[in-house]
Design a protein around this ligand. Structure first.
Ligand SMILES: *[C@@H]1O[C@H](CO)[C@@H](O)[C@H](O)[C@H]1NC(C)=O
Length: 329
């Protein structure tokens, strides 16, 4: 009788402990997810959506035929300002050059907003540059740091509208070195997993809003009440399968705009339940989308996809060396 009671008690005890652990796990899981925004399908108020909606702005200079009769493997989408003509020239001669990887179709576009001095028409020199190179898109919003989120949404909308036949898009800043052959090989080797719902770069997992009003990245609790950002890819450069462009455009109907374009893209991805993939190697460990500036060395650069922090003339010099140095690494 006693042993029967004991084993019954024991079983009861085990049952209760398991239940308690489960309850605690649930509570922990809830508290960690409530630090992130919910995924409720509630559309933004019109006033808020208007700020980032692609229908608010227009492409005053456009290249609507860039992808006609063509299926680019990759399209570089490069945000610059109108005055950045030196950067554009350097990119056209280096990683953005036509036929940079033989046999792989890669397109290049520069995205420019409106300069501070408002002009109703695109500046003459931009029109000239645009007809010479066919790689300039200008849009009618003010070209400021805070408006980069708008620019990124216009980039996504452009791809979804004018280039759905492309395989991948890459948003990449102008001060960056891109090892295009490595990037192409990398993407070709990803296989099926990178065909849809794919976005890769340098993933930031522990981002959180700054509540200090003097910070460049200040976000009030009204605009973003949660205490964490979902994982997002650093805005310096990231690559995505082309379907993601349209999905992000759609998601922006539901995600409140914030002036940090890479975090905003992360919020749209979170809403879509698309998980950014860290682009790295193990043994040895390398972040292939390097967000620090690395001292130039052929072999170091040969084993990265991007390196950040170059002036146009540095880019030209390094590229030339990188191309001509035949030493194997
Ligand atoms: C963003 O662009 C809009 C449209 O040109 C402009 O009214 C607004 O002032 C800009 N916002 C910032 C913060 O620069």
């Amino acid at each position: 009788m006693i042993t029967f009671l004991r084993s019954k008690l024991l079983r009861y005890f085990i049952f209760c402990s398991v239940a308690l652990v489960l309850v605690l796990l649930c509570l922990f899981w809830r508290s960690s997810t409530s630090k992130l925004p919910s995924r409720r399908l509630v559309t933004l108020e019109d006033e808020l959506y208007k700020v980032i909606s692609s229908s608010t702005y227009r492409y005053s200079l456009n290249q609507p035929e860039l992808c006609e009769g063509r299926e680019p493997f990759l399209v570089f989408m490069i945000p610059v300002t109108g005055e950045d003509s030196e950067s554009r020239a350097a990119i056209r001669k280096t990683w953005g050059r036509d036929n940079v990887v033989p046999g792989v179709d890669i397109a290049r576009l520069f995205f420019i907003g409106q300069p501070r001095e408002p002009k109703p028409q695109p500046e003459e020199y931009l029109q000239k540059e645009s007809s010479e190179y066919g790689d300039i898109i200008q849009m009618n919003f003010l070209d400021t740091y805070q408006n980069l989120t708008i620019k990124t949404m216009m980039i996504m909308n452009w791809l979804a509208t004018y280039c759905p036949s492309a395989r991948y898009g890459m948003k990449v800043d102008a001060d960056i070195f891109v090892n295009v052959p490595y990037l192409v090989r990398y993407l070709q080797n990803q296989g099926k997993s990178s065909e849809r719902d794919y976005i890769t770069g340098s993933v930031i997992n522990d981002g959180h809003p700054r509540r200090n009003q003097h910070s460049k990245w200040y976000l009030s609790e009204d605009v973003y009440p949660e205490s964490l950002f979902p994982p997002y890819v650093s805005g310096a450069g990231y690559v995505f399968s082309i379907d993601v462009a349209k999905k992000i455009s759609w998601a922006s109907r539901f995600v409140r705009p914030i002036p940090m374009e890479d975090v905003y893209v992360g919020l749209c991805l979170h809403f879509l339940d698309v998980h950014p993939v860290f682009c790295r190697t193990f043994f040895p460990y390398r972040n292939l989308f390097e967000i620090r500036h690395l001292e130039y060395d052929k072999c170091t650069y040969a084993q990265r996809i991007i390196v950040t922090g170059f002036t146009p003339s540095q880019l030209l010099n390094i590229w030339q060396h990188f191309q001509n140095d035949r030493s194997s690494c």
